[in-house]
Design a protein around this ligand. Structure first.
Ligand code: MN
Length: 233
């Protein structure tokens, strides 16, 4: 059975390192074995993980430190976790070098974009107000806005859809798309919510949470299925 590593989140107050069960269920439905990684920046541990896993899922979480994309912190930017920032930065850079398949979700897409030289809106409600309300944390399993899917892109090939209804649990998003990333879908306000890195076995980032709607929506489960298929190599 394929082994899929997942980066965890930290609940500092409760002292818990965790992933939401939806990620594990979506990987399991795709026929693979999910493995939650520890919260560590120790390179020997991360290298060992990279040598074992067949693919990596970078999960959602808190805000990336704006210094990662060369900006000063705005008051609206949330608290960052330096250990997680450094852990995911290293893990993703090494995974790209080794061509380990990557599915980058929410914060994961943001890490991917910044690692490759892009930037982020630190707070969409204040920096890109208007048409679309992106932070809708109280509706985790509802399609709260739509995306236009780019024709011929990886997301279009996986889902077979030209439009996707998505949940939206983010207050940050891609400001400048990294050179090298190809946009796969955008919201009505122009925000790029999915991007792929062509030339690799599988590198796809999505800004929404497909794991939370993939039980009921086959086109969302298809992301996990296509990812694990690519992990077979
Ligand atoms: Mn959104």
């Amino acid at each position: 059975m394929l082994l899929i590593g997942l980066t965890p989140a930290l609940d500092r107050e409760a002292g818990r390192v965790f992933v939401n069960g939806d990620y594990l269920n979506a990987v399991q439905r795709a026929g693979a074995l999910p493995a939650v990684l520890p919260m560590t920046e120790e390179r020997a541990v991360l290298d060992a993980a990279l040598n074992r896993v067949d693919g990596l899922i970078f999960t959602g979480g808190g805000d990336l430190e704006p210094a990662c994309y060369g900006e000063a912190r705005l008051p609206e930017c949330g608290e960052s976790n330096p250990v997680r920032d450094r852990m995911e930065w290293y893990l993703m850079a090494r995974a790209l070098e080794k061509d380990v398949p990557i599915l980058a979700i929410c914060r994961g897409l943001q890490v991917l974009n910044c690692l490759l030289g892009g930037t982020l809106y630190q707070d969409l409600p204040s920096q890109l107000p208007g048409q679309v309300i992106h932070p809708q944390y109280d509706l985790p399993r509802d399609a709260v806005h739509t995306l236009q899917v780019a024709e011929g892109g990886l997301l279009s090939r996986i889902t077979g859809q030209t439009e996707l209804g998505v949940n939206s649990r983010h207050h940050q998003g891609i400001k400048k798309l990294a050179a090298g990333l190809r946009p796969c879908a955008a919201a009505a306000d122009g925000l790029i919510e999915a991007a792929e890195l062509p030339g690799k076995r599988f590198v796809l980032g999505v800004q929404w949470h497909p794991e939370s709607i993939s039980e009921k929506h086959p086109e969302q489960q298809a992301l996990f299925n296509a990812f694990t298929e690519a992990c077979k190599g």
